[in-house]
Every structure is written in C-alpha cells, then in structure tokens.
Design a protein around this ligand. Structure first.
Ligand code: Q9C
Ligand code: ZN
Length: 342
C-alpha cells in the first residue's frame, strides 16, 4: 500500500490545549506521526512518498470561502491586534445570539469560525492543514488512477471540521475532500466510514443533505463524549440525504465484540448500497488505553477491523484522524492497514 506523508505537519504544534481547566501539551502532537512512521518501517511498509502540491479547487468547492480566508489570515490578524499568545477561541455564538453575522474583530471572528476551544491555532497551522489535505488528495489520485488503496498520514486530522468551523484538532476535513474528489473523478456512490472514537460531526454536516455520499460513524455516545452536541442515532440525514447518514453511538466501556457488530452493520449497509469508493476516517482512539477516550479495543482488534473493511473490496483511501496513546497509535494504525491487506 502506498503511503503519503508530508513533514510540514510539524508546522502545527501549539504549546497548549485547554483541558480540564488547565493548559496542557496538546494530545494531538507531532510525535503521533513519528510513531506511525516508525511502525510502518518496522513492518516493512516503506512505499512512503511526499504529496503533490495542494489543489485548492476541490477544497474551495466544498468549504466556505470566508472560512478559508479566515484560516489563511487569522494568525496575522491576531498578531496585528496585539494578541500575545496563540489563537484560542474565548467566545462562540451561543443560543439566542446571531449565528450568521461575522464580527470584524479577530477575537470575535475566531469564535465565529470555531466550535471548541481546546484547539489552538499558531503561525504554521494553515500551512500544516494544507499539507495534510495535500496528502489526502494525492492518495485519492493514486486510487482513482487504479491503486487498490492508499494511506494518507494526515496531520492535523480533519473529521471534526465543517464547511466553516474548526475544532477537535481539525481545520480542513481531509476525508470529505477525498470523497468529493471521488465523485468528481467518476464514482457515483462514495462511502465514508469513520472509525475514529469521536463522532465525525464535520463530515456528517458536510454531506447531511446529500445522497451521493453515505456517511457512517462509530463513536462514543454524545451524552458522554466530545463533540457532545451531535452524533445521535436518530440523525439519519435530511432531504435527499435522508437515510444516508448512519450513526453508531456507543457507551463508555464498549468492548470490541459490540463495536464489531456496529462495524459489520455499517459495512453491510455500505455494500448493499453499492458504494464504488470508500474513504476511511482512520482514528485509533477506540484503543483501550487512549488517554481521552473510553472504548476497550485491543491492538489485535484493529487488525480484525482492517480485515473486515478489506473484505468490502472497494477502492479505499485511508485518512489518518485521531489516536493519542502515542506509542500504540503506530501499532494500531498499521494493524488496520495490515488487516485490510490480508
Ligand atoms: N481533555 C480527534 O480525535 N476533546 N479529535 C479533548 C481532552 C477534543 C478529538 C478533551 C477531542 C478531539 C480527531
Ligand atoms: Zn478522535
């Protein structure tokens, strides 16, 4: 399997994440990628290359133009306004307030374009986010041109980012861009399977009214887990998209046999629909020792999950999402890829 990776991810490394009322070193940190790269090499998966330059057209086609300008210019505006630290949202439009009037003040703008204040932006965030989506796009082109599968080692991750909001460590929704590119390159039906521990709220929102991209997400139930305000099972799509959104929320302590039933159900539905291409939002934070999650998957379970996904026999692009038990992130990610190839 070809692997696409760009070292520019290192340009995004905020000093701090707001967690439990304290500033801590972000869970989503550059070393996550190093653990995956090391494990790939250990397992002799060495077909690793850098992405082609980012193609902004598919990104612009899917996302809000004002949001993209914001991401590009936020750091300069923040510094020009005399802010000393990293960009952290301190206010967001809440119930009863205007949801559609964008402030001129950068502090107000940050809150408008953000949904979760744990995620800081820095000088290099935009460049890193572009390199991440560039990796996803290069992987997509390989598969559209005939490869069975490719793995985009994306960082920062993407599945929490919507058309106009960042948060949950995500800025540009890499998997969503890939799905839309599969549509543009001729696939009529594209499925996105999101196995990251957290609900893929951004991906869901981007395709909620569409019948050409089916979205399935296995995740910690919103009553108990970030992103808290989306991800219930009764969110099934709207309009033409009705029936094309599949949520599998699961409670704290969920073991693999329960998670696997959800996986099998989602796979059966994607296959029965007749998807022609598959995008996997590959987070490995369902692991039992993940520091911010609460499922109980073992490392071997990721191999089994990969095998089940591989049995769909679909052209597949994997986009790296979350996973924070740093050493195990490498093992579990590569286990999925090896299982897929069995
Ligand atoms: N105290 C992804 O896995 N909440 N994002 C962190 C830590 C946000 C996860 C709480 C989790 C975001 C891509
Ligand atoms: Zn996650």
């Amino acid at each position: 399997m070809k692997i696409i990776y760009c070292e520019d991810h290192r340009l995004h490394f905020p000093q701090a994440e707001l967690s439990g009322g304290q500033f801590v070193t972000p869970f989503e940190r550059p070393s996550r990628v190093e653990y995956v790269l090391n494990r790939l090499k250990e397992r002799k998966l060495t077909q690793i290359s850098a992405p082609d330059p980012v193609d902004m057209k598919p990104v612009q086609a899917l996302l809000d133009p004002g949001y993209l300008i914001f991401l590009e210019t936020a750091w300069d505006e923040w510094k020009a306004a005399g802010m000393e630290g990293e960009i952290i949202a301190a206010n967001v439009p809440a119930r009863g307030m205007h949801m559609d009037r964008i402030p001129d003040n950068i502090d107000g703008k940050v809150g408008y374009y953000c949904h979760a204040s744990e995620t800081a932006m820095t000088q290099g965030t935009w460049a890193a986010a572009l390199s991440s989506v560039a990796s996803a796009q290069t992987a997509q082109r390989l598969v559209a041109d005939g490869a069975d599968s490719a793995f985009a080692l994306c960082r920062p991750p993407g599945h929490h980012a919507t058309a106009d909001q960042y948060g949950g460590y995500c800025f540009i929704n890499n998997a969503a861009v890939v799905a839309d590119m599969f549509r543009a390159s001729g696939a009529e039906k594209v499925a996105i399977l999101d196995i990251d521990f957290h609900h893929g709220n951004g991906t869901q929102a981007l395709f909620y009214d569409r019948s050409d991209v089916m979205f399935a997400s296995l995740h910690g139930a919103p009553q108990d887990a970030y992103p808290y305000y989306l991800g219930y099972a009764d969110e099934t799509g709207v309009g033409a998209g009705e029936g094309f959104n599949l949520n599998y929320p699961m409670p704290p302590g969920t073991p693999y046999d329960v998670w696997r039933e959800a996986l099998d159900d989602s796979i059966a539905k994607i296959s029965a629909w007749g998807a022609e291409a598959l995008v996997v939002s590959l987070g490995v934070d369902a692991y039992k020792e993940d520091p911010i999650s609460f499922f109980k998957l073992e490392s071997d379970d990721f191999t089994d999950a990969g095998r089940r996904i591989g049995r769909m026999k679909l052209p597949t692009v994997f986009c790296m999402e979350g996973g924070y038990a740093v050493e195990a992130v490498g093992i579990n990610t590569v286990n999925v890829l090896e299982g897929f190839k069995d």
